[in-house]
Ligand binder design. Structure first.
Ligand SMILES: Cc1cc2nc3c(=O)[nH]c(=O)nc-3n(C[C@H](O)[C@H](O)[C@H](O)COP(=O)(O)OP(=O)(O)OC[C@H]3O[C@@H](n4cnc5c(N)ncnc54)[C@H](O)[C@@H]3O)c2cc1C
Length: 249
């Protein structure tokens, strides 16, 4: 069985992102980069299948040289092959899905895993678009995934319940938080990953259908206010503020 896992490099959730001077892109200075957390679930699922069903796991990302870090980390966790589709990774979801589809086409992947969304971009679109472009089945926002022979069964999170979908391989599956508990890389894995080769494929002309025209951060929140006095006067002041200032009661 051949599994492809699409990984996206994103700013660490702890990073305080800044908008660049052009007002429509991120300032990359001081950003710590990580694997998008939903992609970690996708990768863990692939590695578990490798362990139970002798699969070969390939990880792929569209990005620049610094994106090799997440590929190296995936190799340390147990991926067999890593591919960098070398571009700046700044196309829209359709452009990224098109590049991934062009890479995956004709390579015989039975399973293609992705995060259900890339944090920061939050389009939740690359996986479904990739399935459409490849003309294969898709199961999105998946909490439980099983493969039996040439078929799959997936439990999906839907509003107020769970939906079970089944179909034939190949399939694109996008992972939801809770699909599994991602592992940490072992020292042995980290050392072995250093010796592995990352395949680099130059990609050009993302052909994005949309571009970022403006990027703004939410307005900063006003400072909190401390209400002094005993409990009764604090409660009285609080009610007054909620009524007259915040106008919520
Ligand atoms: C630092 C930064 C700067 C950016 N700057 C720009 C910009 O200036 N202009 C602009 O138009 N766009 C920019 N983007 C957006 C970027 O191109 C997005 O990757 C793209 O739009 C996909 O959006 P998404 O993460 O919301 O996709 P989603 O559909 O939410 O992603 C779902 C899944 O698809 C896979 N995936 C997504 N992206 C990739 C990838 N690159 N490689 C492999 N798999 C992937 C992952 O498995 C991911 O979990 C920037 C993104 C980042 C992180």
């Amino acid at each position: 069985m051949k599994i492809l896992v699409a990984l996206k490099q994103v700013p660490d959730t702890e990073t305080k992102v800044k908008v660049a001077a052009d007002g429509k892109s991120l300032d990359p200075a001081d950003v710590k980069w990580i694997t998008s957390p939903y992609d970690e679930y996708a990768l863990e699922e692939a590695i578990r299948l490798k362990e139970s069903a002798q699969a070969e796991v390939t990880v792929v990302t569209v990005g620049d040289d610094k994106a090799k870090d997440i590929l190296r980390n995936a190799l340390a966790l147990g991926a067999d092959n890593a591919v960098l589709l070398k571009g700046d990774g700044h196309g829209d979801a359709l452009a990224i899905a098109s590049l991934l589809a062009a890479y995956a086409k004709d390579k015989g992947f039975d399973l293609i895993f992705a995060g259900n969304k890339g944090i920061g971009g939050d389009n939740a679109a690359v996986g479904p678009m990739l399935a459409e472009l490849l003309g294969v089945a898709q199961a999105n926002v998946v909490l439980k995934f099983e493969v039996t022979g040439t078929t799959f069964k997936a439990e999906r999170e839907i509003e107020g319940g769970t939906e079970v979908v089944e179909g034939n391989l190949p399939v694109v599956m996008t992972a939801q938080k809770g699909l599994n508990e991602p592992r940490y890389a072992s020292l042995k894995g980290i050392m072995a990953a250093k010796k592995k080769t990352i395949e680099e494929v130059e990609v050009a002309g993302l052909g994005a259908a949309t571009t970022w025209s403006a990027l703004t951060l939410p307005p900063s929140r006003p400072e909190g206010r401390k209400i002094e006095g005993d409990a009764a006067s604090q409660a009285k002041s609080l009610i007054g503020l909620l009524k007259d200032e915040a106008k919520v009661i």
